[in-house]
Write a protein that binds this ligand. Structure first.
Ligand code: WT7
Length: 649
């Protein structure tokens, strides 16, 4: 949390009240904030979702675990697909899919139903049944959403692993969850070249012995190795696709829906558990009010990857549950050119766009001419998520993408929260560039100081959640102690989010970034310790310390301080080798932007690495108190090396 960020927030006095025409037609009206917590979630529970057996109790909270919609049974794929077909919405487009090379597919709800049924039958053939854990390692293909929905149809919990992750990351997750089946594809497209997902999956399966079968989707068509008896091509299976051939399995509201692994403050990612009923109600309700969704007319585009929670909640489950039409895009924003996104917005008539500050800053850097070259007049609402948005990026988004007419909603949430929790409601909330504004209705947020006292307007401290919400995580898979320790031990009885926050005089929230050893690089959560472990895994590395530094484009960038074995001074080749080693261990997103070779790391007398100090060095700040250091001269040495590196760039 740098002083500079807080300063910017203090002087921000721009205000954007909701446009009158927007307010008049909005799903959310001002009274929504006056609704009673229980009444609100009870009626959302009834209205967003079709239940097989209705719930009999709204919620139960045995600290720290909450349960929602108790007694209710439902099926997620039925809610996201079948009921839309049954109720006459079968011809509505569920996804406008666009492949990176330019191939396209339009999938209606009726087609989606057949595809999901077919896929579920394929999984059944591979032995998947209710409760079988399934891993999904795919790029942004329609089959990714279809595979998830097929799992939910059978009641098989899934874990989707982002296609940029390494074999180690994939196998680690599959082993932790006990996955028995893996869904993958031959190769993915990325900026005109291919990414060998099946090859990486083979490596991962070799290290995850419980995985018996894999189902492979053909994308690029290039040859890949198939292991007899284990791997099956989806397109070679002859499968029925009528809904009666695979009826949706009735699930308890509290049955496990999926795990999403995310980085914490230790080397091992945690499997964040989400269950069926509360999650679906939570994502559908927030999707409807925050994005003012009008399913008959809107074209919604959440430009995230389904491999992260944002894509689970707002590309797959929320939008489909609401019967929305979404865009699904396989590639990157700058391929083949930097106007790719704007050409998509224009061609599909996107009305609502949801993306991350880091993407907005990339577009800012490229210049507004790419957006200006396209007709973006279909847009009526813009959203952002993933990291604090700097007011300049917020303003640029509003002006150059939203034509100064679209409300901008900055939504704060986490993998653990499942749904957005702090956000403006377009049509109701007056927005300010850089503020996520107010808690969503029925959500109870506070800011506590170090002593655990709630600070009022004008105060700052740590963000906490004081009451459960439907989509909240049901824990870390297989690790109750870590769940209690991470989120519930700093303050008794409230959820500690790990973020710093301020509340201004109007009661609006300003998120200030992580307060733990978690970095946020391009909206992706990466643990300093995970990267350190990957570095010391290299045979030449004796010790490593990692921290995030501010970066104008990616929010934070990873800086690593490395001590090599045998007093080796390091070299440019070594630097490359270590960066690639980290990519191989975790994934390319975790590659350090800078590596500083140093003979020693600054440690306290008790041997703890002083990351705060390293961050000061990385951000060229004057070094504060170093009296607890075992050897204070180390720091000078490091800052000299760090600035020498910077001048090399
Ligand atoms: C962390 C959660 C939830 C989707 C993407 C990230 C940061 C998220 C905002 C925002 C400021 C934000 C927080 C949070 N974050 N949204 N609007 N303003 N910070 O999910 O990987 O679980 O990361 O992202 O630091 O704790 P995640």
């Amino acid at each position: 949390m740098s002083d500079q960020t807080i300063e910017t927030h203090f002087v921000e006095d721009r205000r954007y009240p909701p446009p009158l025409e927007f307010a008049a037609q909005a799903n959310a009206q001002p009274e929504i904030y006056e609704r009673d917590f229980e009444e609100f979630w009870e009626s959302e529970g009834r209205e967003r979702v079709s239940w097989i057996e209705p719930f009999t109790k709204l919620y139960e909270w045995e600290l720290p675990y909450a349960k929602w919609y108790l007694g209710g049974t439902l099926n997620v794929s039925y809610n996201c697909v079948d009921r839309h077909v049954e109720e006459g919405r079968g011809e509505r487009v569920a996804y406008h899919w666009e492949g990176e090379p330019g191939d396209t597919r339009t999938i209606t709800y009726a087609e989606l139903q057949r595809e999901v049924v077919r896929f579920a039958n394929a999984l059944k053939e591979l032995g998947v049944e209710k409760g079988t854990p399934v891993a999904i390692y795919l790029g942004m293909l329609p089959e990714l959403a279809i595979a998830m929905l097929a799992c939910t149809r059978l009641g098989a919990p899934h874990t989707v692993v982002f296609g940029g992750f390494s074999a180690d990351s994939l196998s680690g997750r599959m082993v932790d969850m006990g996955c028995e089946v893996l869904v993958t594809q031959d190769e993915a497209w990325r900026r005109g070249s291919t990414v060998p997902l099946k090859r990486t999956a083979d490596e991962a399966m070799a290290a995850a012995p419980k995985v018996r079968r894999s189902l492979v989707i053909r994308r690029t068509g290039n040859e890949v190795r198939m292991q007899e008896g284990r791997d099956a091509w989806l397109h070679e299976l002859d499968l029925p696709d009528d809904p009666a051939s695979c009826p949706p399995e009735p699930m308890d509201a509290e049955d496990l829906l999926f795990l999403m692994y995310t980085s914490g403050t230790t080397a091992k990612p945690k499997g964040i558990a989400h269950t069926t009923g509360g999650y679906l109600v939570g994502v559908a309700a927030t999707h409807r009010y925050i994005f003012d969704l009008k399913p008959e007319t809107d074209v919604f585009w959440c430009a995230a990857d389904i491999g992260w929670i944002t894509g689970h909640s707002y590309i797959v489950y929320g939008p489909l549950c609401n019967g929305a039409t979404s865009v699904l895009y396989e590639g990157t924003p700058d391929f083949p050119d930097k106007d790719r996104w704007w050409s998509i917005v224009e061609r599909y008539g996107v009305t609502i766009l949801y993306t991350a500050p880091t993407a907005i800053r990339a577009h800012m850097k490229w210049g507004p001419e790419y957006a200006q070259g396209h007709d973006l007049s279909s847009l009526r609402l813009l959203g952002t998520v993933g990291e604090p948005i700097n007011p300049e990026a917020w303003m640029w988004y509003r002006e150059h993408v939203g034509g100064d007419r679209c409300p901008v909603v900055d939504t704060w949430w986490q993998t653990e929260t499942g749904m957005a929790l702090i956000t403006p409601l377009p049509g109701v909330t007056t927005t300010k560039p850089g503020s996520a504004t107010k808690p969503f209705p029925g959500v109870d947020v506070g800011v506590f100081n170090e002593a655990g006292e709630e600070v009022g307007p004008g105060g700052g401290g740590y963000l906490v959640l004081k009451r459960p919400w439907p989509a909240m995580t049901r824990g870390i898979f297989g690790d109750d102690a870590r769940f209690r320790e991470t989120y519930w031990s700093k303050y008794p009885g409230v959820y500690f989010a790990g973020d710093g926050a301020r509340i201004d005089e109007d009661g609006d929230f300003w998120l200030l970034g992580r307060v733990d050893d978690v970095m946020n690089v391009s909206g992706h959560r990466i643990s300093t310790i995970e990267v350190e472990s990957a570095l010391v895994d290299h045979p030449r590395v004796a010790e490593a310390a990692v921290c995030g530094r501010n970066d104008a484009l990616t929010g934070q960038a990873i800086v690593a301080y490395v001590t090599l074995k045998g007093g080796d001074d390091g070299s440019l080749e070594m630097l490359d080798e270590l960066r690639n080693h980290v990519a191989g261990k975790i994934g390319a997103i975790a590659k350090p932007a800078n590596i500083v070779f140093t003979p020693e790391l600054p440690k306290t007398r008790s041997g703890k690495i002083m990351r705060r100090l390293l961050r000061d060095v990385a951000e060229n700040r004057p070094l504060g108190d170093t009296t607890t250091l075992a050897d204070p001269t180390v720091v000078n040495e490091i800052s000299q090396r760090a600035s020498a590196d910077a001048s090399d760039d």
